[in-house]
Write a protein that binds this ligand. Structure first.
Ligand code: FBP
Length: 552
C-alpha cells in the first residue's frame, strides 16, 4: 500500500541540497593533514585511554586531485539518540558520496540505533528507498535508539555482523554520548586491527556538540525555529488576551542553547539560562523571587501577562539541586536493584532520602512530591537524569504564585496572576529540515564519505564557515579523541565528549543580557512565524541568531 504524502513533502523531494565547492559531486577531493591534535582537556588521560586514536591530525578537504576509489566500499550507518531534523539528509549525503567515490559502493542502515549493529538488524539502502526520505524530517527511515555501545562483547558482535556483509566502515550519527561510543568503537577496532573505520556526524537539537571545528550540531536550526514559531504564537495570544503568564519549558537537556536562541528570536519577557544560574550560584528561591519581581513590575503597568522560557535542564544547574542530583545518581547507581524492588512511592522516597547527606536530604524533602518522584526516576542508558520528564515549568509557576500571594497579603503586589504551562520538545525534533539543515546535513554526510574514502578512522565530519553561502563552506574532519575529557558519570570517572554549554562571555548570551531588562518590562515580542522552504533568501535561508552572533 503506498503511503500518502503531503504536498510539502512532494515539493521538497525534488530539492537538491547544496554542497561546499570542495565536495561537489564528481569533484575529486584531496586531503590536507593538520598538526596532531591532543584532547582539548585532560590530554594525558585521554592519550593513555585511547593509545591508537589520540593525537591524530585534523583533516581538511579541498577540491583537488584525490583519486576516485579503485574498489567499492561497503559502509553502514546508524542513527543514535534523540531525533533531530536532517538525519535523513546525512544518510542521503553519505549515500551519494559513497556512490561518487565508486558507483558500486553499498550502504547498509542498521535499524533502531546502536542495538541494530549488535543484533544484526539491517536494511540495504537502495536508490528508491533513499529517494523516499530525501529532505524529510524524522529518523523513521532506519529508526534510532539509545543503547550504549561500550563493551568489547558488543564491539565483537558488531564486527562479526559487519564481516558478514563485507562492511569496512561505520558512520554513527549522534550527539555527545553517541560519538563518545563511536570513539570507543574506533579505538577498539584500530587497536585490534579489525579493518573497520568509524566516523561520527554531529547530531542534536540541543546544540551542545560544538567546538572550534564543529560550529553547530545539526537539527538545532530547525528545532529552535519551530519552537520560536510556537513561542511567537503564544506571545501574540498572551498580548491579545492579556490574562496569562505562560511558562514555557524547552528541550535542550543540560545546555540552554535552545532557550537562548528562542529568546533572541522572540524577545519574550524572560528566559532563564541555566549556565548563568550556576555561575551566580542562584538558589531556587532567588530564581522564583526574580520571576515574581518581573511579574510585579509588569503588573504596575497594567500588564498582567507575559511569557517566560525555561531550559529543561535548569533544575540540574541550581547548585543545591545539582549536588542533590549527583548524590541521587550515585545512590541509584549503587542501589538500583533494591530501589526498584520497593513498590510504594512514599517508601521509595524514604529509601533514597535515608541514603543522602543531611544537606541534600533537606533540599529533597523541600520539593513537591511530583518533582521528587521525577528526580529519582530511571536514568537514561548513559546515566543522565531524564530532564524532559521533570515538570520545572509547573514547579516555577506554582512557586511564583505562592510568592505573589504572600506579597499581595503584605500589600506589596496588586496584580493578577494566572498561568499556562507548556513543554516544547517533541514538536520540533522531527520537523522537515530547514534549508540550512537540509544543506548542512547533506554536506556532513557527503563529507563523511570523503573521510571514509581517505582511509581515516575515529574522526567526526565537520563543515565550517556556516554563515556563508553553502558553496563557500569548508569541509574537514576532527579526531574524536580531541573532544573527549574525563567526567564523573553514573558513579565512575569516564572518558566522554565534553558538552558545550552556553558561554556567558560569548556574543549570544551577551546580546541577550544587554536586551533583557527592556524585554522584561516592555512588551517587545517578535513573531517569527513558520519555517519557509520556498521564497526569498532573507526569509528562507537565515541561520540561527546564535550562529550569526558567534560569527560576528
Ligand atoms: P540527544 O542528545 O540524543 O540528541 O537528545 C536530544 C533530546 O531531545 C534532549 O533535548 C531531550 O532531553 C532528550 O532528547 C529526550 O529524550 P527522549 O527522546 O528519550 O525522550
Amino acid at each position: 500500500m503506498s503511503q500518502e504524502i503531503s504536498a510539502l513533502q512532494k515539493a521538497r523531494a525534488s530539492y537538491q541540497p547544496k554542497l561546499p565547492a570542495a565536495l561537489r559531486a564528481g569533484a575529486a577531493v584531496s586531503v590536507v593533514r593538520g598538526n596532531p591534535l591532543p584532547a582539548f582537556a585532560d590530554a594525558d588521560k585521554i592519550a593513555a585511554l585511547f593509545p591508537s586514536t589520540s593525537n591524530m591530525p585534523d583533516l581538511k578537504f579541498a577540491a583537488g586531485s584525490g583519486a576516485r576509489l579503485a574498489k567499492p566500499i561497503n559502509a553502514a550507518v546508524i542513527l543514535s539518540g534523540g531525533q533531530a531534523p536532517g538525519g535523513h539528509n546525512v544518510i542521503a549525503g553519505l549515500y551519494d558520496g559513497l556512490k561518487s567515490l565508486h558507483p558500486e559502493s553499498k550502504l547498509y542502515g542498521f535499524k533502531g540505533g546502536p542495538s541494530g549493529l549488535v543484533d544484526n538488524k539491517y536494511v540495504e539502502i537502495t536508490d528508491s528507498f533513499m529517494d523516499a526520505f530525501r529532505n524529510t524530517g524524522g529518523f523513521d527511515m532506519i529508526g534510532s535508539g539509545r543503547t550504549k555501545l561500550e563493551l568489547p562483547e558488543q564491539f565483537e558482535k558488531a564486527r562479526v555482523n559487519c564481516e558478514k556483509l563485507g562492511i569496512t566502515c561505520i558512520v554513527i550519527i549522534g550527539g555527545d554520548d553517541s560519538n563518545t561510543n563511536a570513539c570507543l568503537l574506533a579505538e577498539y577496532y584500530k587497536a585490534h586491527n579489525a579493518g573497520i573505520q568509524v566516523v561520527g556526524c554531529p547530531k542534536t537539537i540541543d546544540g551542545d556538540l560544538k567546538n572550534k571545528f564543529v560550529e553547530a550540531s545539526f537539527g538545532f536550526d530547525t528545532a529552535s525555529k519551530v519552537y520560536s514559531e510556537l513561542i511567537g504564537n503564544i506571545a501574540r495570544d498572551s498580548n491579545s488576551a492579556k490574562k496569562y503568564w505562560h511558562f514555557v519549558k524547552l528541550m535542550g537537556r543540560s545546555a540552554s542553547h535552545i532557550t537562548l536562541e528562542c529568546a533572541l528570536r522572540t524577545h519574550v519577557n524572560g528566559a532563564l539560562i541555566s549556565e548563568e544560574v550556576a555561575a551566580k550560584k542562584q538558589t531556587l528561591s532567588e530564581i522564583v523571587e526574580g520571576i515574581a519581581d518581573m511579574v510585579a513590575k509588569r503588573a504596575e503597568n497594567g500588564e498582567n501577562f507575559g511569557v517566560i522560557l525555561i531550559p529543561e535542564g535548569l533544575i540540574e544547574f541550581i547548585p543545591e539541586i545539582k549536588v542533590l542530583i549527583g548524590e541521587l545518581n550515585d545512590v541509584l547507581a549503587k542501589n538500583g536493584e533494591a530501589f526498584a524492588a520497593i513498590s510504594g512511592k512514599d517508601e521509595k522516597l524514604a529509601f533514597v532520602t535515608k541514603l543522602l547527606t543531611p544537606a541534600s536530604a533537606k533540599v529533597f524533602s523541600s520539593l513537591p512530591d511530583t518533582i521528587r518522584v521525577q528526580l529519582s526516576s530511571d536514568r537514561d542508558p548513559h546515566g543522565n537524569v531524564q530532564v524532559s520528564l521533570i515538570e520545572t515549568e509547573k514547579l516555577l509557576a506554582e512557586l511564583t504564585k505562592k510568592v505573589l500571594a504572600e506579597r499581595k497579603k503584605a500589600g506589596t503586589y496588586k496584580g493578577k496572576f494566572s498561568t499556562q504551562t507548556h513543554f516544547f520538545g517533541y514538536e520540533g525534533r522531527c520537523a522537515a529540515p530547514s534549508n540550512f539543515d537540509a544543506d548542512y546535513c547533506y554536506s556532513l554526510g557527503f563529507n563523511a564519505a570523503a573521510i571514509l574514502g581517505s582511509g581515516a578512522t575515529a574522526y567526526m565530519s565537520y563543515i565550517s564557515g556556516l554563515t556563508k553561502p553553502a558553496d563557500q563552506w569548508g569541509a574537514g574532519a576532527i579526531p574524536l579523541t580531541a573532544m573527549m575529557n574525563v567526567e564523573h558519570r553514573h558513579g565512575e570517572d569516564k572518558p566522554v565528549i565534553k558538552k558545550a554549554l552556553v558561554e556567558l562571555d560569548q556574543a549570544p548570551f551577551k546580546a541577550f543580557a544587554a536586551a533583557r531588562a527592556d524585554w522584561a518590562v516592555n512588551t517587545s515580542f517578535v513573531y517569527p512565524g513558520p519555517i519557509q522552504y520556498f521564497g526569498p533568501a532573507e526569509v528562507c535561508d537565515q541561520t540561527t541568531e546564535t550562529l550569526k552572533l558567534e560569527h560576528q
